[in-house]
Write a protein that binds this ligand. Structure first.
Ligand code: PA5
Length: 445
């Protein structure tokens, strides 16, 4: 079992009777997902994706990753939001946040096009100097400004460096099957393309080519990742909150929300899970935060943040609950040495494994935060393997869809994202936005 829901630290905050009372609502939200009968039901391709995926394309992803590994020192992944976070989360989770700095036989992987910062882009351009570079531009719509501008810059760089033909060999595109500027352009240029399926939105797309190509280039086992997700799909196929921990987690979140606990903090004691938290924040924030509703998804890495935000969690406004990922096993073993002189007074830790000390910090914190009035849900996860990552992704995606339907929102759209884009286009003088430009300029004056 890759995940176990531990409700011990909800004691005194949420009773099993409360969960039972709300269970039927969570179960009917679950059946809305499974029966594809709710809002946004044309975006449910991720539900069966772990078994129902394009096997030919999967083979092509593996072949492309082998080619990229041979051909380049640096692989630049250009994308934003759901076209970026999943791949980065997986690589850091399975390998390390320091993946690029570690000894390895796979290319460095850099993520670009996820901001409009000239400094951030320039740093990556500098890192590419003197290196063999391949790029993967990822955009479902093919029109998102951040990756589109970044792609233009990298395309020019590759064409200057390798010529049209050489650049074509090094540019990989992941986009819609048929629509959008990027698709048209890639067909014209003859780039190798991969598909973001029509029925899978950006933030649910990590187990499609969107995530899988960069993840495979970094040397992760994508078969094991799909297997984890496939096993989770079977595990969470029971329609009852009594036995299905995914439905249960969604029910608990909803109880918290109704009790005024409007902030959910995802906690992990492994820095390697930081980007998983960023992926999770996008998944839940974009799926639930609409119609003036929704839990605010936040995250911390402990024990690091026990020395910053820990104070607030312990004694600040009582508006939050925590969801703690407890990794049972560490990927590495570090034993604390003995010091015969005990000069630092730390001999009570001699011979102990650092991971065990980390888990004691977690247990101590769980009780402290409970005592401070903060409920905690614990998700016990076996390890940081590819299998566990795939399993977690499926668990969180399904729980997110159930939660969204419980809240009464469409978990698959993101209408609010357009507001800034329209203003930015108007201010930059994009044709068609003339009226909005005038209105904004009047407000600026
Ligand atoms: O979840 C989503 O749909 C969004 O976060 C998108 O992934 C993000 O806006 C990037 O869009 P695109 O892939 O079309 O460039």
């Amino acid at each position: 079992m890759a995940i176990k829901l531990n409700e011990k630290y909800l004691s005194g905050f949420v009773s099993s009777t409360e969960v039972e009372k709300i269970a039927h609502i969570a179960e009917s939200a679950y059946s809305v997902v499974k029966n594809k009968s709710g809002a946004g039901n044309d975006f449910l391709g991720w539900v069966d994706l772990p078994v129902d995926y394009d096997k030919d394309e999967f083979a092509r992803i593996k072949a492309a990753s082998e080619k990229i590994k041979k051909m380049c020192d640096v692989f630049v992944v250009i994308g934003i939001g759901g076209s970026y976070l999943g791949a980065r989360a997986a690589i850091e989770f399975v390998k390390s946040p320091l993946y690029n700095n570690l000894k390895k036989d796979t290319p460095d992987v850099y993520f670009a096009g996820n901001s409009i910062s000239s400094s951030a882009l320039n740093d990556i351009l500098k890192l590419c100097e003197g290196k063999d570079v391949c790029i993967n531009v990822i955009s479902k719509s093919g029109t998102t400004t951040e990756p589109a501008v970044t792609f233009r810059i990298f395309r020019e760089l590759l064409e200057k460096k390798y010529g049209e033909e050489g650049a074509r060999e090094r540019i990989f595109v992941t986009t819609d099957r048929a629509r959008g500027k990027l698709k048209e352009f890639s067909t014209d240029k003859g780039y190798e393309t991969f598909v973001v399926p029509d029925d899978i939105g950006g933030r649910y797309s990590v187990l499609t080519a969107v995530g899988l190509l960069p993840i495979a280039v970094a040397g992760c086992d994508i078969d094991a990742m799909m297997k984890g997700a496939a096993d989770a799909r079977v595990k969470y196929s029971e329609p009852s909150a009594a036995t299905n921990e995914c439905i249960r987690y969604a029910a608990i979140r909803n109880i918290m929300y109704n009790k005024g606990k409007s902030i959910e903090i995802l906690v992990a004691y492994e820095p390697a899970a930081q980007m998983l938290s960023e992926w999770w924040k996008q998944l839940y924030g974009e799926s639930e935060g609409k119609d003036n509703k929704g839990l605010y998804p936040a995250s911390v890495i402990f024990s690091t943040d026990l020395h910053s935000l820990g104070q607030y969690v312990q004694e600040g406004l009582r508006t939050m609950f925590e969801t703690v990922i407890d990794f049972k096993k560490s990927s590495d073993t570090v034993v604390i040495p003995d010091d015969p002189n005990n000069i630092d007074g730390l001999n009570f830790l001699s011979g102990k494994e650092l991971h065990d000390v980390n888990r004691m910090a977690m247990t101590g914190t769980l009780f402290a935060h409970n005592d401070g009035g903060v409920p905690n849900v614990v998700l016990e996860v076996e390890d940081r393997s590819e299998y566990s990552f795939g399993y977690l992704v499926y668990f969180f995606e399904l729980a997110c869809a159930i939660s969204g339907y419980m809240l009464g929102v469409n978990p698959f759209d993101q209408p609010g994202v357009e507001a800034y884009k329209k203003n930015m286009y108007a201010l930059l003088g994009k044709p068609g936005y003339e009226e909005q430009k005038k209105a904004l300029e009047a407000r600026i004056k």
